[in-house]
Design a protein around this ligand. Structure first.
Ligand code: SDX
Length: 431
């Protein structure tokens, strides 16, 4: 099949260049500009990379206008309804749904990597008790490379795989430990008789004083939320992991950089910001006042949990979470959960407001997740940590895909220079 091309013409000098037009399995065509600078001496400019593809990837597909999200081709709605989180983790890492034996082996591997070295526990003591758990996660995860010299050869596929298993397995343990440090309770070790989500809840809420059995509903909710947060194409934190990995940094350092990027309230920190916002609004009678503030350019207030860089239709994850949120709250507490009622009212008013409709600002994945976490007694400061546990699977899948790519090279965006033209140094006594 002849290659499709696009012709660019520089009208200032009449120079033209033909560039390849690429097409993936789905999604818009892509103009390949790798030869643009060498052929025309010009760069492209796309702040925030809104319209720029950074790589080829087979992991996740998003259609923002149609509200589609596929993990390795499987629609998120089907995985959310039918799959288990480690099954989805296997799918994202290896590209296919596991057989029963493959899943059993994968679950065994993850289970037997869930402990952290005993000396890692001393790192937590270095943090003040009220350190934000995300600060602890960034620090402790980044330090893990100091313990695994046996698997730091990033050019060795087996080392890359072991690192992925270790990080996926240890994130819940580190997360729960950061929570226990925060509340001054003893760490709870992982247990090999519990599945991934139940083990996490056990490490979060068990104490040495009495038996703790996580409720089936809570395990189901965590399993769903982890599936929905597992990957999302080239979002800010995943792109951060890829850029860190492109310099051949070790995987633990790359994941620590992803955690740092996810922390921002414009990204994964939004779930925490949503609960803080709902608490700030306080009552449905204040909704109109805060909606006006969200629209006021002079007011920094934004409706956290609304809007998305890609979804200009409903975020399919928010739709799924909203439904489950309602079910869980109805079954776990009396039906009138004020936070949920306020969220429903805020959503309804925003979706009818011209400002939000015009800008296609719909609730995103973070709008309802915090309400479920709150219902599970997970503190607000742990919400983004929950996101990081799940997204570690996506981050590692993208890191492994990038490291497997023979065309992989260090990422190095360019710029439009707006500083001074060349000028000479002025001696101190002449300034
Ligand atoms: C995640 O990329 C991913 O895939 C991320 C994620 C993932 O799974 O990895 O999906 C997870 O990060 C979800 C997003 C969570 N963030 C929030 O909920 C924070 C609130 N949302 C906004 O900060 C914002 O919507 C972003 C950052 C999400 C998207 O920003 P964009 O695409 O750059 O949109 P924009 O800032 O250009 O906004 C377009 C317009 C602007 O108004 P105008 O200048 O056109 O007049 O919409 C307005 C904005 O002021 N706007 C909002 C708003 N979000 C955008 N106004 C009020 N409240 C908001 N939340």
């Amino acid at each position: 099949m002849t290659e499709k091309t696009i012709t660019l013409t520089n009208n200032s000098n009449g120079q033209s260049v033909e560039l390849p037009l690429l097409k993936g399995t789905a999604g818009p065509e892509v103009m390949d500009i790798t030869s643009l600078y060498s052929k025309m001496g010009i760069f492209t400019f796309d702040p925030g990379f809104v319209a720029t593809g950074s790589c080829r990837s087979a992991i996740t597909y998003i259609d923002g206008n149609a509200g589609k999200l596929w993990y390795r081709g499987y629609p998120i709605e089907q995985l959310a309804e039918k799959a288990d989180f480690l099954e989805v983790a296997y799918l994202l890492l290896y590209g296919e749904l596991p057989s029963k034996d493959q899943l059993g082996e994968f679950e065994h591997i993850i289970r037997y990597h869930s402990m952290i070295k005993e000396t890692v526990k001393s790192f937590f003591d270095g943090f003040h008790f009220n350190a934000h758990p995300m600060a602890v996660m960034v620090g402790v995860v980044g330090s893990l490379s100091a313990f695994y010299h046996d698997s730091l050869d990033i050019h060795n596929p087996r080392h890359r795989e072991i690192s992925a298993h270790r990080l996926i397995a240890k994130m819940p343990t580190i997360a729960a430990a950061s929570y226990k440090h925060n509340i001054g309770e003893p760490f709870i070790y992982p247990r090999n008789d519990l599945d991934y989500c139940a083990n996490f809840l056990h490490m979060m809420f068990a104490t040495p004083c009495e038996e703790y059995v996580p409720s089936k509903l809570a395990v189901k909710a965590i399993n769903l939320l982890f599936i929905l947060h597992a990957d999302h194409e080239q979002n800010a934190s995943t792109s951060t992991v890829r850029l860190s990995g492109s310099s051949q940094a070790n995987p633990f350092a790359c994941i620590a950089s992803g955690i740092a990027s996810l922390w921002g309230p414009a990204h994964g920190g939004a779930n925490e910001a949503v609960l803080d916002m709902l608490t700030q609004i306080g009552d449905v009678s204040k909704v109109d006042e805060y909606l006006a503030r969200a629209k006021d350019k002079n007011d920094p207030f934004r409706l956290m949990g609304f809007g998305h860089r890609v979804y200009k239709n409903h975020d399919p994850r928010a739709t799924i979470i909203r439904k489950v949120c309602h079910e869980i709250l109805e079954s776990m507490t009396d039906s009138n959960n004020p936070m949920f009622e306020l969220a429903l009212r805020l959503e309804q008013v925003a979706l009818e407001d011209e400002y939000f409709v015009e800008r296609k600002l719909y609730p995103n994945v973070d709008f309802y997740s915090g309400i479920i976490y709150r219902a599970l007694n997970i503190p607000t400061s742990m919400f983004t940590v929950m996101f990081a546990i799940a997204r570690t699977v996506g981050w590692m899948a993208h890191w492994m895909e990038m490291m497997d790519d023979p065309q992989q090279r260090i990422g190095r965006p360019r710029q439009i220079y707006t500083g001074y033209d060349k000028r000479d140094y002025v001696p101190l006594d002449e300034r």
